[in-house]
Design a protein around this ligand. Structure first.
Ligand SMILES: Cc1cc2nc3c(=O)[nH]c(=O)nc-3n(C[C@H](O)[C@H](O)[C@H](O)COP(=O)(O)O)c2cc1C
Length: 164
């Protein structure tokens, strides 16, 4: 039951590529949220959930159905880590807000959330993903800061690995 899976929602493939990279580093499976089922949720103790942000701070569209799958499952006892892609220059007021929307949908589920990230190394005006002064998951910006992505992923994985 101590298994880990990465689940992602991606409109144009950016978050998909990131999800595959994270899954490879963790040595686990990776599925599109379009294919998320109650059985997948039930059979994995650790859920690594990723979404890009669209609209004004919203989750990637497929996550609205995916969220219902999560909300219909028993998440107590599970460990959840969140990540997401955004654009801190063009969407500075709603930077990676999708991560925050996803978190808000499952924060009362009894799951343990790991992998919060300091806002210090990011430049943005506002974000729904900031909870108690930190990003509730890992923000990545492939539009403006792609050179920082690998380092950010490695540091984050080192952090969450202790809890998986
Ligand atoms: C119309 C539009 C709206 C967007 N809104 C936001 C936003 O509110 N916040 C943000 O951080 N990024 C926003 N983005 C940037 C995307 O999240 C970013 O390009 C991301 O890498 C796309 O990932 P995907 O291809 O996996 O969907 C937006 C992009 C577009 C084109």
């Amino acid at each position: 039951m101590d298994t880990t899976i990465v689940v992602y929602g991606s409109m144009t493939g950016t978050c998909e590529a990131i999800a595959e990279k994270i899954a490879k580093k963790l040595g686990c499976e990776c599925v599109n949220v379009q294919d998320l089922t109650p059985e997948i949720v039930e059979n994995h103790k650790n859920l690594i959930l990723g979404t890009s942000t669209w609209g004004a701070g919203e989750m990637e569209d497929d996550w609205y159905d995916g969220l219902m799958v999560l909300q219909g499952a028993d998440l107590s006892g599970k460990t959840i880590a969140l990540f997401g892609c955004g654009d801190c220059a063009s969407y500075s007021d709603t930077f990676v807000g999708g991560i925050g929307e996803l978190y808000n949908g499952i924060k009362g589920s009894g799951a343990k959330f790991v992998g919060a990230v300091s806002t210090d190394a990011y430049s943005f005006d506002d974000s729904e993903a900031v909870v108690d002064g930190k990003f509730i998951g890992l923000p990545l910006d492939e539009v403006n800061e792609d050179k920082m992505t690998d380092g950010r992923i490695d540091a984050w994985i080192a952090n969450i690995s202790e809890s998986l």
